[in-house]
Design a binder for this molecule. Structure first.
Ligand code: TIU
Length: 234
């Protein structure tokens, strides 16, 4: 694959229908692939979840990331987390439920969901490289209280390939925010995962129902096929 991809338009065999994408206006958006969600001892596990449920999303995302890097596509990573003084963590978020550790408490990977701590960092398999955008977000949606909207405008992005964790929480919230702002979102079905397989399934169905009310859904191989076909034809 070469950077000539960005001069082309490709059709992804998505649901509820194929979607044509101008690759130069498309970014890969990877949501919250952080140790705090993916590994034992982090935020996800303190909430009572089985973090092994999320591992399946890593390789499909890695494949897309390699293709995006080779094509020179804009790559954006997000990280959910809070300032060490918790000034950007609403009490309603910190106090909820009965986690074994709350946001800000010391855990095996440092303070839970705090910026700069080992658990807050992105997993090694998908670690950002120089030139990639990293957005730190205090909420579930990647647009709320972040510079994401400005970054997308600067790069004239109209389409987002969205993957990451978890399907029904931060991926869905971000896709809904993006949809209201006019972005076409293609959610990568095998590049997202949930602690609850049934929520993953329903999270994807909610996006593509009603003629794609929030966006499109495709698996990583469908996106990679559209990218390689266009590169061959370019
Ligand atoms: N708990 C859960 O499913 N998700 C989150 O808290 N954040 C994200 O989804 N990133």
């Amino acid at each position: 694959m070469t950077s000539s991809l960005l001069a082309t338009t490709g059709t992804v065999m998505a649901e509820p229908e194929p979607i044509s994408l101008d690759w130069s206006k498309t970014a890969l958006l990877i949501i919250d692939m952080q140790r705090d969600f993916m590994e034992p001892g982090g935020f996800g596990e303190t909430l009572g979840n089985d973090v092994s449920q999320l591992a399946r999303a890593v390789q499909p995302i890695a494949n897309l990331l390699t293709a995006a890097r080779n094509a020179g596509m804009l790559v954006i990573h997000t990280r959910e987390g809070h300032k060490p003084d918790l000034s950007d963590a609403p009490p309603a978020k910190v106090e909820r439920g009965a986690p074994s550790l709350r946001i800000g408490d010391p855990g095996p990977m440092g303070r839970i969901l705090i910026r700069g701590e080992p658990g807050h960092d992105i997993i090694p398999e998908l670690y950002p490289v120089a030139g990639e955008v990293v957005i730190d977000k205090p909420g579930k949606g990647a647009f709320y209280a972040t510079e994401l909207g400005d970054v997308l405008k600067q790069h004239a992005i109209a389409n987002l390939l969205v993957c990451g964790v978890t399907t029904e929480v931060c991926v869905n919230t971000t896709v809904r925010e993006a949809n209201d702002r006019g972005y076409r979102c293609v959610v990568i079905s095998d590049g997202c995962a949930s602690y609850f397989p049934e929520f993953h399934e329903m999270g994807l169905r909610m996006i593509k129902a009603q003629g794609g009310i929030f966006g499109w859904v495709a698996d990583s191989t469908a996106v990679l096929a559209a990218m390689s076909l266009e590169t061959l034809n370019a």
